[in-house]
Design a protein around this ligand. Structure first.
Ligand SMILES: Cc1cc2nc3c(=O)[nH]c(=O)nc-3n(C[C@H](O)[C@H](O)[C@H](O)COP(=O)(O)O)c2cc1C
Length: 237
């Protein structure tokens, strides 16, 4: 009987020791998970501060956060046009994701976030920032310098254009000598709508615009008569 009791006590002690060890392992697991998540959050917060644009170099854009954003129906509920913008710069995260939704590549076959008639993608996307005009290279997902200087006033005919942090330009390259740009015009609607929806999801302001100081703008960008301004979009906070 005594032997039996001793054995039971021993078993209980072993069980308690195993439980203790399991508890310690669980505690260590929870703590390391929490610590592992903290720096990530700080990194994301860092990315979402207004950019300081001091040098006119290539801007390497961030990969889009494809798990982010509001659900589609809520996004559509909030889609609207705004015409009052804060002058502060967009964050690199917002700039990167705006260009990706506007005309980026979303598949390994090189196709885009927007549809295009006959898959021809005649539209080039330019970003007019405070420091200059950049070409969006969707293959490298980067902004490449075109012309240095504040040319925002050429991007439209309404006063908010002059001070908003980002004006997108959708410019088409003629497909042939008789191209009337009708396909490019239709394509541009999808780019504009993608940006509208992204802005609604992120709480950004935007307006799509049909007007720009086209002749002066194209000349400033060194684009000849093979190119046509199609659509612009002003975006900001
Ligand atoms: C093709 C197109 C061109 C537009 N051009 C301008 C424009 O040059 N300036 C402007 O302030 N709004 C422009 N808009 C925005 C419309 O005025 C706006 O979408 C309309 O008033 C409806 O408002 P909502 O977008 O808030 O629903 C344009 C919209 C489209 C679709």
């Amino acid at each position: 009987m005594v032997k039996c009791c001793k054995f039971a006590v021993k078993v209980t002690l072993i069980q308690m020791s195993i439980m203790k060890q399991l508890l310690v392992i669980f505690f260590v697991f929870v703590v390391s998970l929490t610590l592992a998540q903290k720096p990530l959050k700080i990194e994301v917060d860092k990315l979402n501060v207004p950019m300081e644009l001091t040098t006119f170099d290539t801007i390497k854009l961030l990969a889009p956060d494809t798990l982010g954003g509001k659900p589609l129906m809520q996004t559509i509920l909030h889609r609207k046009t705004d015409r009052k913008f804060d002058s502060k710069n967009l964050s690199l995260k917002h700039l990167s994701e705006i260009l990706w939704v506007a005309n980026g590549i979303n598949r390994s076959n090189g196709k885009r976030t927007v549809p295009s008639a006959m898959g021809q993608y005649p539209l080039r996307t330019y970003a007019v920032l405070t420091i200059g005009i950049y070409f969006y290279n969707p293959h490298k997902h980067q902004l490449e310098p075109v012309v240095k200087g504040d040319f925002r006033s050429l991007a439209g005919k309404q006063t908010f254009v002059d001070t908003a942090p980002l004006n997108l330009l959708f410019i088409a390259k003629a497909r042939n000598s008789t191209d009337n740009f009708s396909m490019a015009m239709m394509d541009s609607g999808y780019c504009g709508q993608n940006v509208y929806l992204y802005c609604a999801s992120e709480g950004l302001k935007c307006v799509v615009r049909a007007g720009a100081k086209e002749v002066e703008l194209l000349k400033t960008m060194y684009l000849d008569s093979n190119y046509k301004f199609i659509l612009a979009q002003t975006i900001g906070y």
